[in-house]
Design a protein around this ligand. Structure first.
Ligand code: SF4
Length: 292
């Protein structure tokens, strides 16, 4: 398989075949993101992609899902995506679901009809990093998207019949906007009602703009109990209208949670509250085991 640079995929795609159809992220401006800093965005040539699909036949039986990398493959022209997805379905008929990352711009560029075409072809799940529901935080982190536009994308994806998985970032508002970030993100997730929502914790990576801001004293990350308070506030403000599977089990987090919302929300909020009020760190992930 032809892989250029480091490959990133959602945790739930751990057993999927990763097919890299583009390199990098077409946005590549988020202040906290280090993932594609060393890559200039481009679409891989079709010969390479076809060869990878051909090669993947050797591994049949070891996967039943395909993840299209890199950072926002939905930005590719619809006819190119349909061609790639069609080839996957033809050559790897056992594949049950195809997924990709998509940023707000990429989703907005697609018409509702194009999204339906892609879903009918086999694109079953979209992973979208929304990071926060707070407008000012989105501006500061240069996400290139505002809450009302993110809401529009969620409506488009759901209307097309695809699954929607969104991630948010604990700590991304810093100490200064911690409370606003948590409350607005909980409300935003309520409005968007994704099928899956995951909270990760921002890890400040040298070389990023956020790291520079931290060194200059312009950004301060909340401490672990501040981050837990954000998680609690976020969940308290999440009143989803349909089932949403919420997780915070990514290695960057201190407290791993898996909860079916709305049923289990109050139970997990009470559990987080217990950890905060007692200061009992025994169930928290040790610092040395946290990772990106
Ligand atoms: S859109 Fe995603 S991949 Fe691209 S820079 Fe932002 S966080 Fe990184």
């Amino acid at each position: 398989m032809d892989y250029v640079g480091s490959i990133f995929r959602p945790p739930s795609e751990a057993n999927s075949l990763i097919l890299q159809i583009a390199v990098g992220c077409s946005h590549n401006k988020c202040t906290f993101c280090h993932s594609f800093k060393d890559k200039k965005f481009y679409i891989k040539d079709m010969k390479t992609i076809y060869a990878d699909i051909e090669e993947a036949k050797q591994y049949r039986g070891s996967f039943d899902k395909v993840f299209l990398a890199d950072g926002d493959s939905l930005i590719l022209p619809t006819e190119v995506l349909l061609d790639i997805i069609g080839r996957i379905r033809k050559n790897l008929p056992e594949v049950k679901r195809i997924g990709t990352y998509a940023n707000t711009k990429a989703i907005l560029k697609k018409t509702p009809e194009e999204l339906i075409q892609l879903r009918e072809a086999g694109l079953g799940i979209i992973y979208q990093g929304i990071e926060t529901g707070n407008k000012e935080v989105l501006r500061r982190i240069k996400k290139g998207a505002f809450p009302h536009k993110q809401l529009e994308t969620a409506e488009k994806i759901k209307a097309a019949g695809m699954l929607l998985s969104q991630t948010v970032l604990l700590g991304i508002g810093g100490v200064e906007l911690s409370k606003e970030h948590a409350i607005d993100t909980g409300k935003h997730l309520s409005d968007m009602s994704p099928d899956f929502a995951s909270a990760l914790t921002v890890m400040i990576v040298p070389g990023t703009e956020l790291h520079k801001q931290m060194l200059e004293g312009k950004f301060e990350l909340p401490d672990k109990f501040g981050l837990l308070t954000e998680l609690k506030l976020m969940l308290e403000n999440m009143n989803v209208k349909r089932n949403c599977f919420f997780t915070s089990n990514h290695a960057s987090n201190y407290l791993p949670i898996r909860a079916q919302l709305p049923e289990e929300r109050d139970k997990v909020v009470a559990m987080i509250n217990e950890v905060i009020t007692t200061g009992d760190e025994r169930i928290l992930r040790p610092e040395h085991m946290r990772a990106l």
